[in-house]
Design a protein around this ligand. Structure first.
Ligand code: C2E
Ligand code: MG
Ligand code: MG
Length: 378
């Protein structure tokens, strides 16, 4: 706290040395300052003024013999365009400041009318997500995966869908990031896992399918929740599902956030007999080091790699090489997003273990799952 106070003092005095005598600098609280510019400046002049302030803060601070680098974000509102009361002007400047922080470009942002509507839209979205959870507007679809060599069903990946009364069917790519940001992912994730396991158990029992796997996507925040492992094991018990029928899909983002912790949790899951898959390989860093460090059973090669198979300019041997390299360290491979026969033929010739994609099966709702089994015979 003491060093923090000293830093704030230094920031204030640097700002003060650049502030025009007719203007008023104050501290709003915490690490937030406000500057009331009372000169009559154009937008460009205001920007230049604020840029000088920003630049002065980018130079290193010396606090109790430590060198400290900080970054500041600036939001600007203009009287009377953006508001005529103190409250409105500060609120608009605050909104613009968050925008500056978010976009992270030069750290300076003027308030714009759209920002307000954007914020209102987000609040509305959040409200709708909460009621979606209460009103059971979420449901799961199941996309089949197949063993290439035998053509047999390997299992299903559970994927979430949101049927919104206002917007219709929403893609998880649109709403899952916000679900995570809101901290709703822990309860929703538990619901997903339980529902996926229950439905899967019912499916395999009803259709007498043996050795199939249910794959469930898990996000970082879920792994970080204190009771994740006991929660998973409780759900398995509740559903009467064997641990080796459940595969948990993670992405490498778990490692970026909390490496040690993530590995520890994954090892505990593995000790229970649960399978671990690394999803979307080929989109992020795709480091081979991750493959070594993570206790994974399965690697899911991302659609972007699979798409390359059809591209005459790309070297498809890369996909083949990844498959054989990964298999050599005892990890099996699922190729994702397989859409063409050419891709399937290539993957077969490269001895890829399993495939998933629209060519072989779309994600299926409850009714479609029944139709699928009516056709499928192990
Ligand atoms: P993912 O886990 O990599 O899932 C595969 C996505 O690719 C799914 O999109 C699937 O519908 C789509 N896909 C499968 N085969 C094909 C194909 O042949 N062509 C094309 N174009 N697409 C194909 P979806 O369902 O929209 O999900 C997107 C992402 O949202 C998922 O990527 C996953 O990261 C996340 N997600 C979905 N459901 C859940 C969930 O229950 N929990 C969490 N945490 N994330 C989820
Ligand atoms: Mg997945
Ligand atoms: Mg994927």
């Amino acid at each position: 706290h003491h060093s923090g106070d000293l830093l704030i003092l230094s920031v204030a005095s640097r700002l003060n040395s650049l502030v025009h005598p007719s203007d008023l600098l104050g501290r709003l609280g915490g690490d937030e300052f406000a500057l009331v510019i009372q000169q009559n400046l154009s937008e460009e002049e205001t920007l230049a003024y604020v840029e000088r302030l920003r630049n002065s803060l980018e130079k290193v601070f010396l606090v109790e013999e430590s060198e400290i680098l900080i970054r500041a974000s600036f939001g600007i509102s203009i009287f009377p365009k953006d508001g005529t009361s103190r409250v409105d002007l500060i609120r608009c400047a605050d909104t613009a400041m968050y925008k500056a922080k978010e976009t992270g470009k030069n750290g300076i942002c003027f308030f714009r009318e759209e920002m307000q509507s954007e914020i209102l839209r987000k609040i509305d979205f959040e409200k709708k997500l909460i009621s979606a959870f209460k009103n059971e507007e979420f449901f799961l679809v199941f996309q089949p995966q197949f063993v290439i060599s035998s053509g047999k069903l390997r299992g299903f990946e559970a994927l979430i869908r949101w049927q919104s009364p206002d917007w219709g069917m929403m893609s998880p790519l649109k709403f899952m990031p916000l679900v995570e940001e809101m901290g709703l992912i822990v309860p929703l994730g538990e619901w997903i896992l339980r529902t996926a396991c229950q439905k899967f158990k019912h499916m395999v029992d009803h259709h007498q399918i043996e050795d199939a796997i249910i794959s469930v996507n898990i996000s970082v925040a879920q792994l970080e929740a204190p009771d994740f492992v006991p929660m998973v094991s409780h759900i398995l018990q509740e559903c009467g599902l064997k641990a080796n029928c459940l595969e948990i899909e993670i992405t490498e983002s778990v490692l970026i956030k909390s490496f040690e912790h993530a590995i520890q949790i994954l090892k505990q899951l593995k000790a229970l007999g649960i399978l671990i898959a690394l999803d979307d390989f080929g989109t992020g860093y795709s480091s081979l080091r991750y493959l070594q460090l993570l206790p994974i059973d399965t690697l899911k090669i991302d659609k972007s790699f699979v798409d390359n198979i059809d591209n005459p300019d790309e070297n498809k041997q890369i996909v083949g090489s990844i498959i054989s390299l990964v298999q050599r360290i005892g990890v099996s491979v699922v190729a994702e997003g397989v859409e063409s026969e050419t891709q399937l033929d290539y993957l077969r010739s490269a001895h890829c273990d399993n495939v998933q994609g629209f060519l072989l099966g779309h994600p299926l709702n409850d009714i479609e799952v029944e139709a699928f089994f009516a056709q499928y015979s192990g």
